[in-house]
Design a protein around this ligand. Structure first.
Ligand code: KIV
Length: 290
């Protein structure tokens, strides 16, 4: 069995052959293992790790070190999936040099095959800079969670003619800058279709309708593992693992409290003569018995 990972060229070929590109996020080795085992060809170590795993309100506090650590875990948990590391807030906006250092670290030390950055025209120069250095870059347009304060909340984008036109030209500009794919988040399905048809690189939708070349979802939304956040409109819960965890832990608590766990089956036995010797040693001497 080949252990070569899925490449940028493979994803482009999937667009050509009209095979849907299924993506999910993952943040640690065991979940990444199961995601890959289900046949997902590309995994994003999203800065959504901030909300899903690290307990933050939004993605803004996530650091390069956070993404690095989680990328390493996802890479260790997989063999064939392409692993894309999200570049966190302010890791690529300050200067091209800093962006290159950070992206380079995610590839060199993290083992990622590519990085993702959020934003339109303002990220064209940095995208070209990274691509020139040999780093595959995925763009991210529409609802860009790192700009939540500027956008005034997690709202659908591209719903006016001006916004729609801007998104179309941003998509083309990122393709020209060398991006290998684009995430389109929370934009109208017809606009996503138009953008998808205008590009040679794949579009990966999240809340952008069925006509994108692929779909991505946040793993914890799909698994029903989001205790705090309401369920996002664009996500479908394929399981309710939160409830399963609650029920399992409740049962464990009860069984420990009422001593029905651990049983003999979960305990270790001494060899018989040792057990007898131990019983003798700990027996209360006759003169001490009242
Ligand atoms: O961080 C993330 O999980 C993402 C996806 C929502 C595309 O950027």
């Amino acid at each position: 069995m080949s252990t070569a990972r899925v490449t940028v060229a493979d994803l482009k070929q999937m667009k050509v052959e009209r095979r849907k590109i299924v993506m999910l996020t993952a943040y640690d080795a065991p979940f990444a293992y199961f995601v890959e085992a289900a046949g997902v060809p590309a995994i994003l170590v999203g800065d959504s790790v901030g909300n899903t795993v690290l307990g933050y309100e939004n993605t803004l506090p996530v650091t390069v070190q956070d993404i690095l650590r989680h990328t390493q875990a996802v890479v260790r948990g997989t063999r064939q999936a392409m692993v894309i590391a999200d570049m966190p807030f302010l890791s690529y906006q300050v200067s091209n040099e800093r962006a290159l250092r950070n992206a380079g670290q995610l590839l060199q030390e993290g083992g990622a095959q590519g990085v993702k950055l959020e934003g339109g025209k303002q990220t064209v120069t940095v995208t070209a800079h990274l691509v020139d250095a040999g780093i595959p870059v995925m763009g991210h347009l529409g609802l860009t969670p790192q700009s939540v304060h500027q956008l005034g909340g997690y709202r659908a984008q591209g719903r006016t003619l001006a916004e729609a036109e801007e998104l179309q030209s941003d998509a083309l500009a990122l393709e020209r800058a060398g991006a290998f794919a684009l995430v389109l988040e929370s934009i109208p399905a017809t606009l996503a279709q138009k953008i998808t048809e205008s590009l040679t690189i794949p579009t990966i939708g999240i809340g952008a309708g069925v006509h994108c070349d692929g779909q991505i979802q946040v793993l914890h939304d799909v698994l029903g593992l989001n205790p705090r956040a309401g369920h996002p409109r664009h996500a479908k819960a394929y399981a309710n693992l939160g409830e399963k965890i609650r029920a399992a832990v409740n049962t464990y608590v009860q069984e420990v409290e009422n001593e029905s766990f651990p049983t003999r089956e979960h305990s270790f036995k001494l060899p018989n003569e040792l057990a007898r010797a131990l019983r003798k040693e700990t027996a209360v001497p006759a003169q001490d018995q009242s």
